[in-house]
Design a protein around this ligand. Structure first.
Ligand code: ATP
Ligand code: FE
Length: 337
């Protein structure tokens, strides 16, 4: 089948065409309007999606060399996400399915982040994780360890009780004066810094759960105390601060993942979500391959942040099971995995 995927859960409007599991196009339009506000403004996001959705879908079909009549089904992100943003993609998908009289498939955005591993490129097939596998899903809104039994059967075995890892990166970045989203900038500056320069407290929390709000606070207080003594403290130690902060976040993430892998005896270990772009985390993952005998899977960068390719591949697995929805479907902002 040829599936059109639509993603509009947050601040990226995206459309993709997949043929079987082979991606033919994946177009993502970001939104610059939020930069000056230091975070995503829901109302502005919704309006930008409305402007972007049709051109983005057109481009995805053109890039793929596919006409609307060739499309077998349309898959869209139903949630979780911002209600006003989800509404745009959902409405578009419903209209498209109705007009062409093709099946409509709802997709859980988080499930899609995990299934991004199964997207194949036209030129060369890559290895995919074997079931059951563990997936560390780390994004702007989520941090969880997912036990993946099958394509559409996943279980959360640990998750953050407060902030997500991406949120921790972004909030701490803001404190040292970096623009939003600060995660990638921390990564960049960290490469010039010493990860052992400073030590920040790690949470003590049960099971495979995470917590990042304490780290954010301890980072803030640490800076405040030092800036009192030396007003240029942040400027002079920016790289070391970034490197040390990044190391702390990565250690927190890896400690629980390692524990979960030991407990379950699973060695197929995957990484997903926007934070998987982080070079420190990738490095730690690769070390896990040697240290613990893991087979690791990291998706291509473009499939880790929000994209419609992952929606389309999830759509394929639901298409194969004939899991379709009717026109009465509505977005679900707080949809769980
Ligand atoms: P969710 O999927 O939970 O709704 P989201 O879709 O907003 O959240 P993603 O787009 O998957 O999240 O990821 C964005 C997050 O990833 C941001 O917090 C950003 O700072 C972070 N991020 C991206 N690149 C890096 C990097 N190299 N290092 C650290 N963090 C990064
Ligand atoms: Fe996402």
């Amino acid at each position: 089948p040829i599936i059109l995927g639509i993603e509009s859960s947050c601040d990226d409007t995206s459309a993709a065409i997949i043929k079987g599991d082979i991606i033919l196009s994946n177009v993502v339009a970001g939104q610059k309007v939020h930069e000056e506000y230091g975070g995503v403004v829901p109302e502005l996001a919704s309006r930008a999606h409305q402007q972007n959705i049709i051109p983005v879908v057109h481009k995805a079909m053109k890039d793929a060399g596919v006409k609307s009549g060739d499309v077998s089904a349309v898959a869209f992100t139903r949630g979780p996400g911002l209600m006003g943003s989800l509404l745009v993609g959902t409405s578009f998908a419903k209209g498209f399915a109705l007009a062409l009289d093709i099946p409509l498939i709802e997709v859980n955005h988080l499930q899609a982040h995990v299934l991004a591993h199964f997207i194949q490129e036209p030129d060369q097939k890559h290895e995919v994780p074997e079931f059951p596998f563990l997936c560390l899903l780390v994004s702007g809104g989520n941090s969880q360890i997912v036990l993946v039994h099958d394509f559409l059967h996943m279980e959360i075995i640990g998750q953050t009780i407060d902030d997500a890892a991406g949120e921790a990166f972004d909030k701490c970045a803001k404190v040292i004066g970096l623009p939003y989203p600060g995660g990638p900038l921390i990564d960049k500056l960290a490469q010039e810094g010493d990860p052992e320069a400073f030590e920040f407290s790690k949470p003590r929390i049960a099971n495979f759960d995470y917590s990042f709000s304490g780290l954010k606070t301890s980072f803030l207080y640490f800076l405040r105390d030092n800036v009192k003594k030396d007003p240029d403290f942040i400027e002079r130690h920016k790289n070391d601060l970034c490197a040390s902060l990044q190391k702390t976040i990565v250690d927190i993430l890896m400690d629980k993942l390692i524990a979960a892998a030991k407990k379950t005896g699973i060695k197929e270990i995957a990484l997903a979500g926007g934070v998987s772009a982080n070079s420190g985390l990738r490095q730690a993952f690769m070390e896990g391959e040697e240290k613990y005998g893991w087979n690791i899977y990291i998706p291509k960068f473009g499939y880790t942040t929000d994209n419609a390719a992952m929606i389309a591949i999830t759509g394929l697995f639901k298409y194969q099971k004939k899991e379709f929805v009717g026109q009465e479907v509505a977005p679900f902002a707080r949809m769980a995995l």
